[in-house]
Design a protein around this ligand. Structure first.
Ligand SMILES: O=C(O)CCC(=O)C(=O)O
Ligand SMILES: [Fe+2]
Length: 245
């Protein structure tokens, strides 16, 4: 039997206008308790239950390589380890990342029925896009690009600014579903100034929506070897065109 796909509701008493000033002033805003708490708990369970995470990391040409469980079986552990060594090496010189990802919109296009797509439907919903539009102060958000991500100990995303060749990204967002994180477990979303100093660091949290203006230099600090929880979130961008992947 397949479990039902819940509807995830933005907290009814949230007024996006109350966050617009902070976004306009600082280019970053956090909205704690974004979903109705019962829905956030359901969303957290859905993410905890994802079994088809793929490892993502950039190749030499900076294209994202998606290493599914099937690919690991096909190419073998040694080949995957070697590829990830390359992604680590690139991290020491520039842009790179290694973490787990679930391509929710691609999967949704294949089959929208699994319960996890409650999250896909949430971030693609008019309610979410309109909420985002009001916070970031733009008349219209047409679509979204989103993935679910899961950072394990050692996972990271080096300095970048979210500029994109094709999409016009109006803002970036992360909707965190990380539970029981400790401040010294790494994994913070860091904003950097021109000298490399940290302007702001945001600890992974649960049911927190973060919106930030792009382009802006940021990174995800490596998760500590001793972190004992998954850094789970849905991350992506609000864009000015319908978000068909
Ligand atoms: O996971 C995060 O906190 C930020 C992710 C991010 O910067 C990105 O995917 O470009
Ligand atoms: Fe980013």
């Amino acid at each position: 039997m397949t479990a039902a796909k819940p509807t995830l509701r933005i907290r009814a008493d949230l007024d996006p206008a109350t966050f617009a000033d902070t976004f306009a002033r600082e280019g970053v805003v956090q909205i704690p308790v974004f979903l109705e708490p019962v829905d956030a708990a359901a969303a957290g369970d859905l993410l905890e239950g994802v079994s088809s995470w793929a490892i993502v990391a950039p190749d030499e040409k900076n294209e994202t390589l998606v290493i599914t469980n099937e690919a690991i079986r096909k190419f073998g552990d040694a080949a995957v380890r070697q590829f990830l060594q390359g992604a680590l090496k690139r991290a020491s010189r520039g842009f790179s990342f290694i973490h787990l990802s679930y391509p929710m919109q691609d999967e949704y296009a294949r089959d929208p029925s699994p319960p996890i797509h409650a999250l896909t439907e949430l971030v693609q919903s008019r309610a979410f896009l309109d909420f985002g539009a009001q916070v970031i102060g733009t008349p219209h958000v047409a679509g979204v690009r989103a993935q679910a991500s899961n950072y394990r100990p050692g996972d990271f995303l080096t300095l970048h600014d979210d500029k994109h060749g094709r999409d016009t990204r109006l803002a970036a967002f992360t909707l965190g579903f990380t539970q029981g994180w400790r401040p010294d477990w790494g994994g913070q979303l860091l904003f950097h100034d021109a000298d490399g100093q940290i302007e702001r660091g945001l600890m992974p949290g649960f049911n927190v929506l973060t919106l930030f203006r792009v382009p802006r230099p940021h990174s995800v600090a490596p998760v500590a070897a001793y972190a004992a929880a998954k850094r789970l979130s849905v991350t992506g961008w609000l864009i000015d065109e319908p978000g068909a992947p």
